[in-house]
Design a protein around this ligand. Structure first.
Ligand SMILES: Nc1ncnc2c1ncn2[C@@H]1O[C@H](COP(=O)(O)OP(=O)(O)OP(=O)(O)O)[C@@H](O)[C@H]1O
Length: 584
């Protein structure tokens, strides 16, 4: 902490109290000082500006310079060992501060404004501008809505700002000079931070209970002099109610956010339901999470999977959950449109572009998808000749109509789907490598239904409900029907399951559909899945182990019961347990 002596100057001339100014005028002129201090051995009487004194001498002659005609500057007297903080205890806002030694002899002077600037800088981290006057600085400190409580290094109270007076319910003059423990004894507050700081010489935070019943959060800070001695303790407090109020506000905001998130989840779920998307398996719930994340972006998505796995359902979800859902989702199936028509279907054409063309021209699907989403289904079927034009469009979102020369810019999101293995097609030279890399920004691979059997019961129940509603029925599936579904291979995936459920519901007379009502493929005769085909030659022992591992794992995935697995694989339950241990 800076001492006042450190920032003082000695630009003054001492004028003993009895001496006449006229008698020492020459001395004053010789010394070239800015101020003249009149003082006795007991006190500092007045401080004059030399310039004022000289002006008076010029005007009236030096003989007329009595003590009375000189107006003293506003000043305060402070001991040279005091620190900046002692300024806070001053009643008035002096323009000048006279530092005196242990007697009363002036040893230095400080500009009041300069001192307050330093004080603000040191204590409050403020770098004051040059425009404020000393009283203004004092007002700032006094108007802080924070309690300021200052003691010396032994705990004797030096200063309490008006907010502190309010908070503690005492006046500065009642407590100044008292020890902080006296205030504790008088129950003005409990557990003083000052006492804590005096003990630990470290910053302390405490909850203080005040006489008024209020609880405040007090922070005490030690202030050391250059020699590392504790010279002051500065404490500030904050009303806990205010903090509690803020905490309540934060909690309220958090609740609102949580509520909004819940609403958003419900909204998303309703979109998933509207778009008829059902899933339970970890693989598909992972895909659902990806959809939620990428839907609001414009990232190009490539959806791969066997026919009927739900590629179009996922496309609709991405569009409907995205920011373009007020604009259309335009689909074009590249596999269904003859090669020679695909270009004009996709990019449109100018009037008279080719024989038989509309003379006014026609908008292509890309233009129709402006602002919305373009869904290119069966992208693996796109002829190589068109792939370059598509690549150019994907890169710049610009294209020309067939028969046109003008570039057209379109703002659309692109989603592509295929049931072909594009990587293999690239290797075989049937799909452009550069286009593949451009498309493969975010691949979503939807697994076939047989690889996510957990979805089978939820999908089956879902379709059952749909067709019960559609046909005004009340049919149910027996648990062994679902078991039979687990065992089937579903080469047509979810599409096959939908159609199968509709068919069985319509053709069966009973309300309760049981396994024996299902076609052969679900039971008696071996299904194609039960045929094991060897495509390669491997050692018999390895092959046996591999088959055993696959069978046991697959069966357990489906039945989640060692008893059932034993029954299906026609082995003891204890063998199932042993094998599961071996292959896990
Ligand atoms: N997760 C799912 N929840 C509910 N229904 C689904 C789900 N996945 C697919 N379906 C239904 O299965 C049928 C086939 O789905 P979709 O047309 O999306 O498959 P696809 O992979 O695009 O097929 P293709 O490759 O033959 O075009 C549709 O009737 C669809 O509603």
């Amino acid at each position: 902490m800076i001492k006042l002596a450190d920032i003082s100057h000695d630009d003054f001339f001492l004028l003993p109290s009895g001496a006449k100014v006229a008698d020492v005028l020459e001395d004053i002129l010789d010394h070239h000082t800015q101020y003249i201090i009149r003082c006795s051995e007991k006190e500092v009487g007045a401080v004059y500006r030399t310039s004022v004194l000289l002006r008076e001498a010029l005007k009236n002659g030096s003989g007329s310079l009595g003590e009375n005609i000189l107006v003293s500057e506003r000043f305060a007297v402070i001991q040279e060992g005091d620190s900046l903080l002692d300024l806070l205890a001053l009643e008035d806002h002096p323009d000048l501060i006279v530092l005196v030694n242990e007697g009363t002899v002036p040893v230095g002077m400080i500009d009041g404004l300069e001192a307050i600037r330093k004080l603000l800088h040191d204590f409050y981290g403020m770098i004051p501008g040059t425009k404020l006057s000393l009283p203004e600085y004092r007002d700032i400190v006094e108007q802080l809505e924070e309690e300021i409580f200052v003691t010396d290094g032994a705990g004797f109270i030096l200063y309490l700002n008006p907010e502190g007076e309010k908070v503690c319910g005492v006046k500065l003059e009642e407590v100044i000079g008292k020890h902080v423990s006296d205030l504790e004894k008088a129950k003005i507050f409990t557990s003083s931070t000052t006492v804590e700081v005096l003990k630990t010489k470290k910053k302390a935070n405490l909850l203080q209970k005040l006489k008024s019943g209020k609880t405040v959060l007090a922070t005490g800070r030690p202030i050391f002099d250059q020699k590392g001695r504790l010279v002051r303790v500065l404490s500030t407090t904050k009303d806990v109610r205010e903090i509690n109020h803020l905490m309540e506000q934060i909690e309220q905001k958090n609740k609102e956010i949580k509520h909004k998130n819940q609403e958003l989840t419900l909204l998303r779920e309703s979109i998933f339901a509207q778009d008829n998307f059902v899933c339970k398996s970890p693989k598909m719930t992972g895909i659902k999470d990806t959809i939620i994340k990428i839907a609001p972006t414009d990232i190009t998505v490539l959806i791969q999977g066997e026919s009927g796995v739900g590629k179009e359902v996922v496309t609709k979800l991405i569009h409907n959950l995205g920011l373009r859902n007020r604009y259309p989702l335009i689909k074009i199936n590249c596999g269904l449109i003859p090669e020679n028509l695909l270009e004009s279907e996709l990019f449109g054409y100018e009037g008279g572009a080719f024989t038989g063309a509309n003379k006014h021209g026609k908008l292509g699907k890309i233009e129709l998808a402006n602002q919305g989403t373009l869904f290119l289904d069966e992208i693996g079927e796109m002829p190589l000749s068109l792939q370059v034009k598509l690549l150019e469009f994907l890169q710049d979102r610009e294209f020309t109509r067939v028969g046109g020369t003008q570039k057209i810019k379109i703002d659309t999101r692109v989603i592509l789907a295929t049931n072909r293995d594009l990587q293999t097609m690239v290797n075989q030279g049937r799909f452009r490598r550069d286009l593949f890399y451009r498309l493969n920004v975010l691949p979503i691979n939807i697994p076939p239904l047989r690889e996510r059997v957990e979805d089978i019961p939820v999908l089956a129940e879902y379709f059952l409900d749909q067709f019960n509603n559609k046909y005004q029925m009340n049919k149910k599936l027996a648990p062994d029907v679902i078991e039979a579904f687990y065992e089937y291979d579903w080469p047509g995936n979810v599409r096959e399951l939908v159609h199968f459920i509709e068919r069985i519901m319509v053709i069966s007379d009973a309300d309760f559909i049981t396994r024996d009502m299902l076609p052969e493929v679900f039971g008696g005769n071996p299904s194609p899945r039960q045929t094991i085909i060897c495509t390669d030659l491997i050692p018999l022992k390895k092959a046996k182990n591999e088959l055993e591992a696959q069978l046991i794992k697959r069966a357990y995935e489906i039945y989640k019961s060692t008893y059932k697995v034993g029954k299906v694989l026609e082995i003891d339950q204890s063998t199932v347990v042993k094998l599961l241990k071996k292959y896990r």
